[in-house]
Design a protein around this ligand. Structure first.
Ligand SMILES: Cc1ncc(COP(=O)(O)O)c(C=O)c1O
Length: 341
């Protein structure tokens, strides 16, 4: 428990697994850190953040968790899972349309008893729309007697990122036991909490592991500023003994493939490749996109032959069932289904 901050125990140690076939075919030494194998609500990275966030919610006497995201949000699904387990109410608010291509997660959210609010995009600044929506929903629920604890998008504030500080410590120990030296850790970067927690944990604890993030959506001016401010928040809040400037954060921006959660031939190929070689299911929004990036980095020599790479599998497989992804996969794969009448 870094910095003496209270946390729930939702995750435990996740395995680091060697990927023999992919390693051989790619000419690298590839390992997966299996954060997809966390137990609740179909698993994934957000549980580590929620260990801290929900501990604080309970400490404050909250009766309800409110969070925001895209309708696809895996973070929302796992917030719903933790809420269910702790007997809290939960609401996920997204700016998205329904019916549409939105999300397979919404069904899981509803099965776990979570309210889902979808607000149409009115074209104004998204952050402003979210702020207004959160204020409106908080007022509505509080009028009904709930005490609302708000969790920002992706659980990505300083407190949430501590979950990945812990993961960095855990992974450093595992990598040392497995003699992985200064292996490169690769993760998908969305709202940046996973990357920032890992970065701070690795650096502050003097780990030899190196970190590369692969952005899964365009990394523009807002994110450029946010990443620097995010580090400053971490340093100030937890008194970290390290400094960093933007250039210290190795974030690859070349493989966003046009946008968040969009369809991509390369991502579908990457998902099928990993499933067919190692029986591990990636997702089409985050881990599949990051892995497609990893494959190109190998091809382009940005990952050296023989390099040790630990790919952080952050979960998200329900996204395979989101309508537009499912239909694209089916269009390509269903001709391999033999129908016998
Ligand atoms: C499956 C999956 N992987 C990776 C990420 C990215 O994590 P972060 O938002 O902390 O950058 C997310 C975020 O929602 C996710 O759901």
């Amino acid at each position: 428990m870094p910095f003496g901050i209270k946390k729930l125990s939702l995750v435990g140690k996740t395995p680091v697994e060697y990927m023999p076939t992919l390693s051989r075919e790619l000419g690298i030494q590839l390992y997966f850190k299996r954060d997809d194998l966390t137990s609740w609500g179909a698993g994934g990275n957000k549980l580590r953040k929620l260990e801290y966030l929900v501990a604080e919610a309970l400490q404050q006497g909250a009766t309800m968790l409110l969070t925001v995201g895209g309708a696809q949000t895996n973070h929302g699904r796992l917030t719903a899972a933790v809420a269910a387990k702790y007997g809290l109410k939960c609401c996920i608010a997204a700016i998205d349309e329904y019916p549409g291509e939105v999300s397979a997660n919404i069904l899981l959210d509803r099965i776990m008893g979570c309210d889902v609010v979808l607000k149409s995009d009115d074209g104004r600044d998204e952050n402003l729309q979210f702020d207004e929506l959160v204020a409106q929903l908080t007022a509505e629920y509080e009028e009904k007697g709930e005490k609302v604890y708000y969790i920002p998008m992706g659980g990505s504030n300083a407190l949430g990122a501590l979950g990945y500080y812990d993961c960095a410590v855990e992974l450093t120990e595992q990598a040392a036991e497995m003699r992985l030296g200064d292996a490169r850790v690769i993760d998908a970067v969305g709202s940046m909490g996973t990357f920032m927690g890992l970065y701070c944990g690795l650096k502050n604890e003097g780990s030899p592991l190196r970190l590369t993030g692969i952005a899964i959506s365009p990394f523009g001016e807002y994110k450029e500023k946010r990443i620097v401010n995010y580090f400053a928040e971490m340093k100030a809040q937890f008194g970290l003994d390290i400094d960093a400037v933007r250039e210290d954060f190795d974030i690859v921006k070349d493989y966003t493939r046009g946008g968040y959660n969009n369809l991509s031939r390369e991502v579908r190929d990457a998902v099928c490749y990993v499933a067919q070689k190692e029986a591990v299911l990636l997702d089409p929004c985050y881990t599949g996109k990051a892995f497609a990036g990893l494959l190109e980095m190998v091809r382009e020599g940005k990952i050296a032959k023989g390099e040790k790479v630990i790919f952080l599998h952050t979960g998200g497989f329900p996204g395979l069932y989101t309508r537009h992804h499912r239909e694209a996969f089916e269009a390509e794969l269903l001709d391999g289904v033999r129908i016998i009448k």
